[in-house]
Design a protein around this ligand. Structure first.
Ligand code: 0A1
Ligand code: ZN
Length: 881
């Protein structure tokens, strides 16, 4: 029996899956044994799966065996050794209950797949000669027929056979149990390896890797005294770039033991770096697979930001071992159960490692840039969505970043001890299970005694709440009246009040804190909180530490912002005060109602020269907001954004700081330079960030001296954290020397794909008139490979997402360029196409002419008949929302 794969590859109608329709599986799996016979174009997989009837469903009578399968050629199938011919469907196969022997049976089947033709990078594929897998969310069904859903957890045994020459290393989840030689065949020497994973897992955590790899090895003794071997596998030549990832892994392992009492549970933990990967990394049990961008680093090739991301992502994937793998999701609607919680955990880890203030500011910047943006547009959805067509489209900032904020608010409400108690209960109660948000919430209710039913709206209600603040001061009584509203989002017009923890502190007129941080719990649409016994009218510091993912709508007077920037004891709000002023100045410049105030420049000067502050924090305060942030503000206030006008205003602000503070900036630039060898730790990265901020502001004036400073920095740098900002500044400011330096850079790094990504990205982000033509030319450059997701994102993704001036060119050429490439990539890699297509989500923010141009491009994409279900869902949601 060899059905062709054509029926499975024809376009499927848009069919949605709904949370309300969840039904427990009819059949559960005891164990799975998979034999892989690897060959690039014809890999054979023999599966032996023991099924048993789900006791929960047994009362409902006999049930057909329905298995998921995509793009599989079925070679043979049998039940308890007797050949069967299942009905093949578009989505898999069905075996009628009448052909099943009872409540327990062994299913065997052989499938054939073509890893070399798998450009979607989902299932088993080949990256630079290396076999690797990506099974989350629904990739396992491209390997064999299976109930590919997270609530089916099973033990896996894997045997891999491959050519020794091309694939000397054979890896799968769990522990190795056997290796050996096989008789040579026509293609050369063959060998095998066997692996066994003792922990039951859903199929999305399955992983296999085979290739020519070398490992960077280490080990860690767990709190209970077990030795765990740690291995990071990379391609030969990259082994010298794994030290930081390994160090991050060990710190993350110790942190999870110390802060959460969670130990690793196998004797071996492996990471593999691959160059072709749709996302950042994947937490497969015992065998994490990473985009090489988040593993490989050396001082010469990686920036401080790269190092920080490596640390965070290595930790994130490791933390999934408990929050995701041992306790997984019942269904994909519960994705935030593992992702929100794990992001929150990696953020706490980064805060402990790098300082909580700057980590929090960074996290909030990302939340606002990605999640608030999502909430404001047609793709808005709840942290736990209720319906999807393609689940891969829901690995979003809302599920991840807002999901993490929800966990952070829970922790604020029950306190750090209550939080630890609740998590302990969760681990103890649900270890080995596939769970829901309700079960998670129940643990918090049981551990804290609190009713969290209203709080649960954070998971089901989409949109960013707006908080308004009114003050009253009378006879020594100070009253804060807080009100909340959440604007409508697609499919949810009426919103209910949420539980919003608002952390507030009060400052006296001399800058002393008269009321240390208190958490006010806003549960009604409007509520007042009164503070007694104050000698004078206080200055409020509201939403300290950004205690909830809301927008505070308060016209803070400039003098008050300046006061908070100078005196607030909460570093987040100190930064926020500076940011708020900068946004107001930008808005005033754009609509012609305001000017750059001397007070703002003085406030920045004060921060610049205040050595008592952490340099990383000072670098953040001195950053002028970006175009996207101002567009969001304008749209949030009901206006329409013009990226050119915003660009002009922000440029003027940077130039003013550069001109008026040039003496301070030059001095600080010189004094933060260091002759010490590069080290990626936060204490060394902070001064570098400040130094490069100074350089950027100086160069914004277009001064030849500043350009010379940047050129010297570029030419003498012994590390990428100094070289890249210098080059970026020169290119973006249009310095005459820029092209020559770009060429030098390419010549030096042409053999390092990750550095070439930076070279592409910095050119794509240049806010210059010639950028689109340059990017078009780069698409034909030998260093560009559009089928590699990192390269596609570095050039085309960056132009669309990080270069508003060029992307939003009034003639629509930027939009056309993006749409052309999306249509081209969609036929090859739907997942990455759909993600990049999301850049259009903001189209209603802009003037009507631009809106019409963007809409036309979205319609052109939607008109492609063979469009993938991924991209079609995204485009149609954007057009409809
Ligand atoms: N679970 C991973 C993210 C991830 C999701 C989907 C993927 O392929 C479609 C790959 C990775 C994480 O949270 O890191
Ligand atoms: Zn994750």
């Amino acid at each position: 029996m060899r059905p062709d794969s054509a029926p499975q590859s024809t376009p499927t109608p848009q069919q949605s899956t709904r949370l309300a329709d969840y039904r427990a599986p009819d059949w559960l799996v005891d164990s799975v044994a998979l034999d892989f016979d690897l060959a690039p174009s014809a890999t054979r997989i023999k599966a032996r799966i023991i099924f048993h009837r789900n006791p929960e469903r047994a009362g409902e009578g006999p049930a057909d065996l329905v298995l998921d399968g995509r793009l599989l050629a079925l070679v043979s199938a049998a039940v308890d050794g007797r050949p069967v011919e299942p009905e093949l469907t578009r989505e898999g196969l069905r075996l009628p209950a009448a052909l099943l022997p009872g409540d327990r049976f062994t299913w065997t089947c052989e499938t054939e797949i073509d890893p070399k033709a798998n450009t979607a990078l989902e299932g088993l594929y080949i990256s630079k000669g290396m076999y690797c897998t990506q099974c989350e969310a629904e990739g396992f069904r491209k390997i064999t027929f299976y109930p590919d859903r997270p609530d089916v957890m099973a033990r896996f045994r894997v045997r891999i056979e491959a050519d020794r020459a091309t694939a000397p290393v054979l890896l799968a989840n769990g522990n190795p149990t056997a290796t050996g030689d096989l008789p040579a065949d026509h293609s050369g020497d063959r060998h095998y390896a066997e692996w066994e994973d003792p922990h039951p897992k859903p199929a999305y955590l399955f992983a296999l890797v085979a290739g020519d790899l070398v490992s960077h090895d280490d080990s860690l003794t767990t709190a209970s005294g077990r030795e765990v071997a740690l291995k990071i596998y990379v391609r030969p030549g990259d082994e010298g770039k794994c030290a930081y990832a390994m160090d991050s892994l060990k710190r993350a392992m110790r942190w999870d033991e110390a802060t959460h009492g969670r130990e690793y549970d196998l004797d071996l933990f492996m990471i593999v770096a691959v160059d072709d990967f749709n996302m950042g990394a994947m937490e497969n049990k015992g065998l994490n697979i990473f985009n090489s961008k988040y593993i490989l680093a050396s001082p010469e090739t990686a920036t401080d930001r790269d190092y920080a991301l490596i640390e965070a992502i290595v930790a994130h994937e490791y933390f999934h071992n408990w929050t995701g793998n041992r306790i997984t999701c019942r269904d994909w609607f519960q994705l935030c159960l593992k992702e929100g919680l794990t992001v929150f955990r990696d953020q706490q880890f980064s805060g402990d490692e790098r300082g909580h203030a700057v980590t929090r500011i960074d996290d909030v910047k990302i939340l606002r840039a990605r999640q608030f943006r999502e909430d404001q547009g047609p793709l808005a959805h709840p942290v736990r969505p209720e319906e999807y067509i393609e689940i891969n489209n829901f690995y979003t900032a809302t599920v991840y970043e807002k999901g993490a904020e929800v966990i952070g608010m829970l922790r604020t409400l029950v306190g750090p001890e209550g939080y630890r108690k609740a998590l302990d209960l969760y681990f103890q109660r649900h270890d080995g299970q596939a769970c829901t948000i309700e079960q998670f919430r129940q643990c918090f209710e049981d551990a804290s005694g609190r009713d969290l039913s209203q709080f649960a709206r954070w998971w089901s209600q989409a949109g960013t709440p707006r908080l308004t603040v009114e003050e009253d001061w009378q006879d020594g009584r100070y009253t804060l009246t807080l009100s909340q509203t959440t604007p409508p989002t697609p499919g949810q017009t009426d919103k209910l009040p949420l539980v919003i923890p608002v952390a507030v502190g009060l400052l006296g007129p001399n800058g002393d804190e008269v009321l240390p941080t208190q958490v006010l719990e806003l549960t009604e649409a409007e509520q007042s909180f009164t503070f007694e016994g104050l000698g004078s009218r206080p200055i409020p510091s509201i939403l300290r530490g950004f205690s909830a993912p809301v927008i505070v709508e308060r016209q803070t007077p400039d003098a008050e912002s300046a006061f908070l920037l100078a005196h607030d004891t909460d570093p987040f709000n100190r930064w926020e005060a500076g940011r708020g002023t900068a946004v107001r100045i930008a808005l005033g410049l754009i609509d012609g109602t305001g000017d750059i105030s001397g007070a703002w420049v003085e406030g920045m000067a004060a921060v610049l020269t205040d050595d008592s502050h952490d340099p990383a924090f000072r670098a953040m305060v001195l950053e002028v907001p970006g175009i996207d942030e101002i567009s969001r503000e304008i749209a949030g206030r009901g206006g329409l954004a013009d990226p050119d006008a915003i660009h002009t205003a922000l440029r003027e602000m940077r130039q003013t700081l550069g001109n008026e503070l040039s003496t301070h900036l030059t001095h600080l630039y010189e004094s933060t330079k260091s002759d010490r060898p590069y080290s990626p730790d936060a204490a060394s990265a902070g001064p570098r960030a400040l130094k490069n901020r100074c350089l950027g502001l100086l160069a914004a004036t277009g001064s030849a001296d500043a350009f010379a400073l940047a050129e010297t920095q570029f030419r003498t740098a012994d590390n990428m954290s100094d070289a890249l900002p210098a080059l970026t500044i020169l290119v973006h400011e249009g310095a005459p020397v820029a092209d020559a330096l770009l060429e030098d850079f390419h010549a030096r790094w042409q053999h390092d794909p990750l550095v070439i990504d930076k070279w592409l990205a910095l050119q794509a982000a240049a806010p210059l008139p010639g950028t689109l033509a340059r990017v078009e030319a780069l698409t034909g450059h030998p260093s560009f490979d559009w089928k590699n997701p990192n390269k596609f994102r570095a050039l085309i993704g960056v132009l669309a997402a990080a270069n508003p001036v060029v992307f939003h060119r009034p003639d629509g050429a930027g939009y056309r360029f993006l749409a052309d490439w999306l249509i081209r990539l969609d036929a090859v890699n739907p997942q990455t196409t759909a993600r990049v297509a999301g850049t259009f989500e903001t189209f209603r923010r802009y003037d009507t002419a631009r809106q019409a141009l963007m809409r036309a491009e979205l319609e052109r994409i939607a008109g492609v008949e063979s469009l993938s279900k991924n991209t079609r869902e995204m485009v149609e949601r954007m057009l409809a929302g």
